[in-house]
Design a protein around this ligand. Structure first.
Ligand code: TXE
Length: 469
């Protein structure tokens, strides 16, 4: 660990208490240059390290995450405000799974050859790019951090990685496990700090040849402009405003439960959350009532309490953003069916940033509440009359990341999945993930895909060699 060149630190606030509990280094260009120097020094050796050796180190790292899961989960819950049970079962579990998956992918990743009869043979090399940048957000701090770093390392790249300044803690704890796992110095260089002070410079540094970014669509657009003309590979996983389509023939009780989970998991702070819920008119009232009743059972409280299901939103500013959207929704004609306010928790969390899970109906599809990503525990309900109307509503925003469709009509499921403008469509499920599948969105939800071979191909450069017999 190296102190920031500037000597400056940013307060790190615990969302559940509103109190500063640690400090975040504010890195600058000097820190970036020394990180790039150490990456340059490690680049050739890591690229030439055998697949088996790279996999061995990454698997050891995954094992260390598993062995430290309780400490990492608690740190994540403190830093992000999410329920510790969710942090353990989702965030930390998946962080180890990310690394283990790509450790093995690295040993299975192959390329192609193309024979030209008795004239010539072509073979494709897929070499590491060199130094790559990985920048991740605050909603799944270690999960999304490792989701980018793992394939980059497995492909033989060296990495400059920046976690969100809002949730830096598990990246710091992870860095210690990387050393313990035997990752050679300079292979992974973690820089802490804000987007403008260090995020931006990472994206524009001439020696960093590819950027894998997850965060807001506005930031993604900014990075695209900042790197224009530099011909870098960009993978941008951005915001979402995902539709949930509930048809009358769905499995009612299971759909209610799962659609609540899709709307409010991680306090609604997942780019994949289903925040626009469209319900076939025939069951609208019945579903609305059952849905609201289920939402009211969510246990809001101290993220460190094992029984908590709904924790704090990630920061005061984000809580205020979410509350402002609830205010806006009512100005736009919406009716709050449950929630709608800052939630007062007693004890150590009395000053925490808690927002009640909120359900709103009575809005039209084109209002700002249904067009803009709120990224908090807020969802809207709206009826539809037929399949075509449902698809039109679903596709009616600038985003196109994910969707879930709840029906037992197989033909409808295939047809609607085909028609929805999104990178991911779940049928009678949500957030069911196979890491081999392509992950990402269309329209303002991003460019490129992560996951499986998509990630391995993003983090390598193909070169065709043609040899005449
Ligand atoms: O994202 P940001 P934040 C959406 C969601 C949320 C909004 C802002 O709407 O409210 O984005 O969240 C770094 N050059 N999602 O603040 O600001 C920043 O330091 C390079 C959806 O987390 O985009 C952080 O590490 N980097 C998303 C990371 O980018 C820059 C999940 C994300 O920050 C930068 C999270 C710059 N100019 C938020 N500016 C999803 N799709 O999962 C900032 N950063």
């Amino acid at each position: 660990m190296v102190a920031p060149d500037s000597g400056n630190y940013i307060d790190n606030v615990e969302p559940a208490t509103g109190q500063v509990y640690s400090l975040v280094p504010e890195s600058n260009d000097v820190d970036l240059d020394s990180a790039v120097k150490s990456a340059e020094a490690a680049k050739e050796h890591w690229a030439n390290t055998s697949l088996e050796k790279r996999a061995e180190i990454l698997c050891r790292l995954a094992d260390l995450i598993d062995a430290n899961a309780d400490e990492l989960a608690k740190a994540e819950a403190i830093d992000n405000g999410k329920a510790v049970s969710f942090a353990k079962d989702v965030d930390i579990y998946r962080s180890a799974a990310n690394i283990r998956f790509f450790a093995h992918a690295g040993t299975q990743f192959s390329s192609e050859s193309h024979a030209m009869g008795d004239l010539a043979i072509n073979y494709t090399l897929r070499d590491p790019i060199g130094i790559v940048g990985c920048i991740s957000p605050w909603n799944f701090p270690l999960y999304l951090f490792t989701w980018k770093i793992a394939p980059a390392l497995a492909c033989g790249n060296v990495v400059i990685a920046k976690p969100s300044e809002v949730t830096p803690m598990t990246a710091y704890l992870f860095s210690k496990l990387c050393i313990e796992a035997g990752l050679p110095a300079g292979v992974l260089n973690i820089l802490h700090g804000t987007g403008p002070s260090i995020g931006g410079p990472i994206t524009t540094h001439p020696n960093i040849k590819a950027i894998s970014f997850t965060g807001g669509s506005a930031t993604g657009a900014h990075i695209t402009k900042a790197t224009a003309g530099m011909f870098k590979k960009l993978s941008l996983e951005l915001g979402g405003k995902n539709p949930t389509l509930v048809f009358a023939d769905c499995d009612f009780d299971e759909t209610v439960t799962e659609v609540v989970r899709a709307a409010f998991s991680n306090q609604g702070q997942i780019c994949l959350c289903g925040s626009r819920i469209y319900i076939e008119r025939a069951i609208y009232e019945k579903f609305r009532n059952a849905f609201v009743d289920k939402v009211k059972t969510l246990r809001i409280g101290d993220p460190l309490d094992e029984s908590t299901q709904h924790g704090a939103t990630v920061s005061q500013s984000h809580m205020e953003k979410v509350l402002s959207y609830i205010e806006l929704a009512q100005q736009e004609g919406g009716t709050v069916l449950t929630g709608g306010k800052r939630h007062q928790v007693t004890g150590r969390c009395k000053d925490g940033f808690f927002v009640e899970p909120t359900v709103i109906e009575g809005l039209d599809n084109q209002c700002r509440t249904n067009q803009e990503e709120i990224f908090g525990p807020v969802c809207t309900l709206m009826p539809f009359d037929n399949d075509d109307a449902a698809v039109k509503l679903a596709n009616g925003t600038q985003y196109g990341l994910a969707a879930s469709v709840w029906t037992n009509d197989l033909k409808r499921a295939h047809r609607v999945a085909k028609q929805i403008e999104a990178g991911i469509v779940w049928i009678n499920c949500w957030l069911l993930r196979d890491l081999r599948t392509p992950f990402g969105g269309v329209k303002s939800s991003g460019v490129g895909r992560e996951g499986g071979l998509e990630a391995m191909r993003f983090f390598t450069e193909p070169k065709n060699v043609c040899i005449k017999y």
